[in-house]
Design a protein around this ligand. Sequence first.
Ligand code: OGA
Ligand code: NI
Length: 371
Amino acid sequence: MMACQDWPEPVIRVQALAESGLTTIPERFIKPKSQRVTDYATHSSSTQPKFSDTDINIPVIDMKHLYGGEEGQRAEALHRVAEACREWGFFQVVNHGVNHELMKGAREVWREFFHQPIEVKEKFANTPLTYEGYGSRLGVKKGAILDWSDYFFLHYMPCSLRDQTKWPNLPTSLRNEIDEYGEEVVKLGGRVLEILSVNLGLRQDFLLNAFGGEKDLGACLRVNFYPKCPQPDLTMGLSSHSDPGGMTILLPDENVSGLQVRRGDDWITVKPMPNAFIINIGDQIQVLSNAIYKSIEHRVIVNSDKDRVSLAFFYNPRSDIPIQPAKELVTEDRPALYPPKTFDEYRLYIRTRGPNGKAQVESLISKCDSN
Ligand code: OGA
Ligand code: NI
């Protein structure tokens, strides 16, 4: 398939649109009813949408129990991570070892980037060829209904793809800050992969090796900027999707919630703990675990009076090694649910099928013969 060189129509910067002070949103951003928030409380004076499920949250794991703590506590924490991966596909971690100031700094430096004059940002405008840079849409379908967000996408690993000249240099500290942040988050990702491997009954280094090892694995950063929106009940900050890669480590906005996770027929709004990361299983770990761990659909809602910034760090397998269910997890009772596919092949496969919520990894199942 030929990759598209450019966008099919002029790009609309959502932040500029929001800052123009419009009171109704353009039709291009209005989602069909089935894809909107159904219980968006008629937004009184509150800054946050209200939901009926206010007490439910994704599991919170205190990572200090996983290291050096008492054995009983470690077993309990491991068990809670396993349960979260099986049942939620999502959890948040505290005491994860990443410096809190570094987290705050990374978020603030990106917030500053999005508040630079438009000319500064446009210098980094991306194209659908690689998506690297400053962008406002995914996909090249002409006339598609768009999400209410802008983003910046960059490659951090492998080193051969890391090109700092493609990263913003305003504010001036940004490149250094992202380098340091990336290093710490990659380390955290390694620790989490070990925990997941052990929980699956595999060797501690199984998942990291399956990803190609620490030098070759892929890691990219997508910084999302969700501007405030005059009609948040008609649109979506980010449409429902599952993450195609291995695992995502998300640094959410500390003040504004918006991420929703699918739980059966409900959408649960994540309430981030202070200084926490939100971690979710991507499609590739669903495949490697033979669907014991779930890559769950999620989406982002917007609100009428606060911008929201989030940093999604995607931790992916090297793009050219076949990913398939671990042999140890394939039995007569539970045959391999997925045929081997490299991450490159998988991305191509979902691109040609078009984004379709979580149907991506599910639709692979039927393609697997009894091999
Ligand atoms: C993503 C994502 C969630 C958020 O970038 O894939 O799901 O809260 N982001 O921004
Ligand atoms: Ni996502």
